[in-house]
Design a protein around this ligand. Sequence first.
Ligand SMILES: *Cc1c(COP(=O)(O)O)cnc(C)c1O
Length: 393
Amino acid sequence: MKDPENYAFETRAVRAGQHRTHEGEHSEAIFPTSSFVFENAAQAAARFGGTEPGNIYSRFTNPTVRTFQERLAAMEGGEACIATSSGMSAILSTCMALLKAGDHIVSSRSVFGTTTSLFTNYLTRFGVPVDFVPLPDLEAWEAAIRPETRMLYVESPSNPLTELVDIRALADLARSRGCLLVVDNCFCTPALQLPLALGADIVIHSATKYLDGQGRCVGGAVVGDAERVGKDVFGFLRTGGPTMSPFNAWVFLKGLETLSLRMRAHSENALHLARWLKAHPRVARVHFPGLEDHPQHELAKAQQSGFGGIVSFEVTGGRELAWRVIDATRMLSITANLGDTKSTITHPATTTHGRLTPEQREEQGVGESLIRVAVGLEAITDIQADLARGLDG
Ligand SMILES: *Cc1c(COP(=O)(O)O)cnc(C)c1O
């Protein structure tokens, strides 16, 4: 596809990044090859020397992976995208490429648990300390930035309470203090939110979630400008080696083709479910940015083009009722994964947030009565009926 920027988002999702071979295949080809051959010794020398572009070895580049990268870059509005073996290796590669000992990170407190572990258990060992602040609190962000702060790191909306941060305001703050703003766009995907257009420098993805959308493969991606991502993150990838396999890249790039449709359907189902839960007598509180009484509903409407598929709610009966609701389901999958066509249900306090101290959980608002549902694409009537079993019983 020539000039993807001239096409609408949905068109880029289907067409961008395809380079048809001489076989004339309509669907994108998979290239399961570890290395590539050269016409002659001079060409090999030119490729290795970097004077001629082209494939050398699939740890560096692979045509199927490149199609996924070009497509996702076109969707996020970035100059470059580097695909990685997982969402975590996308975060690791970004940090390894762009930080050095002595730099400092400010991260929102409510990021993915393994991201917190990566920062606190590993990056600190290499001389990169991290401080955590409440996601929506711009004053706390500002106060936490030091002269050596190099990176601000967020997920918006957050997991599991669906809090937001004003990305444009945080990007302005980052720029004025000489830091990079990195946004993990896993919950919204580019179908619902474009952090780069809001001023962020880098977008991170766990492709494992909505980009695949069908729970099949683990993968990740980093999107941003040609210098930091195209050169620096790529440089770490080809050296450090957390490369995406061509087969996984193919699964993900086919997933991208239906991303808009799926995200709209996830959002619609989630809004129905949130409204139904809010009216239920055994539900004390519902967290969903699409509800008018969500504290950041107006920000969600301005910053996102949909509200996403994650709904959290607090039942009136503590852990006992929460577990009963989970155990009474017959269809929903009891698993902490999300971003699948299949709805999943989880008790954050004893699973995803189980390793936090009770004080940390309280700080983050993850109580014993909280349940998180990643709303899938089943009929909303069946999802509601499955939750009603435990709530009504
Ligand atoms: C799952 C997830 C990750 C990590 O991705 P993996 O593909 O599991 O490595 C990072 N951030 C968020 C928000 C996630 O949900």
